[in-house]
Unconditional design. Structure first.
Length: 158
């Protein structure tokens, strides 16, 4: 099975691809091409012999969990891949209130450990828990966002 042009489309900058350690999967995080700071989602792809297939967009399951405490009627959170765990069986993603959002608190984020086989959340992480566990893979902007959060916001459960 080959991916159709619609399924294999990657928007212009910014987009990010990350291979799983076992090389059996990769994810692409990209925006919907309307902005460089919002509209991000993350899609998972599996590689079997010579076949690449899109498995899922993890954004809907993350949006459902994030919206329980941080619902904003005007927009969905940014959802970005952060790190593969357990080969390609799990992925850590984060959901973020976009920097230009009318929602509050702007730039708040939370982490989610997702089972790629079941497409379900295994664990949720506050910003502090996420930073303590995986802060070493945070990029510059995420580090700045973390340090910009108040102590109560850092501890806020997703």
């Amino acid at each position: 099975m080959r991916l159709s042009p619609e399924e294999s489309y990657v928007s212009d900058y910014p987009a990010e691809l990350s291979w799983a350690p076992d090389s059996a999967a990769f994810y692409i995080t990209q925006s919907d091409a309307t902005s460089e700071i919002n509209g991000f989602h993350t899609e998972l792809y599996r590689v079997d012999e010579q076949t690449v297939r899109r498995v899922q967009d993890v954004s809907p399951v993350v949006n459902d969990h994030f919206a329980k405490r941080h619902e904003c009627v005007t927009e969905d959170p940014n959802v970005a891949g952060l790190k593969w765990v357990g080969g390609s069986s799990q992925i850590v993603v984060l959901a973020e209130i976009p920097p230009d959002s009318v929602c509050a608190p702007r730039e708040y984020f939370a982490g989610y450990l997702i089972s790629t086989a079941e497409s379900q959340v295994i664990h949720e992480y506050s910003p502090r828990q996420l930073f303590r566990r995986w802060g070493g893979v945070f990029g510059i902007r995420l580090r700045i966002d973390y340090h910009g959060l108040s102590r109560p916001q850092r501890a806020t459960e997703p």
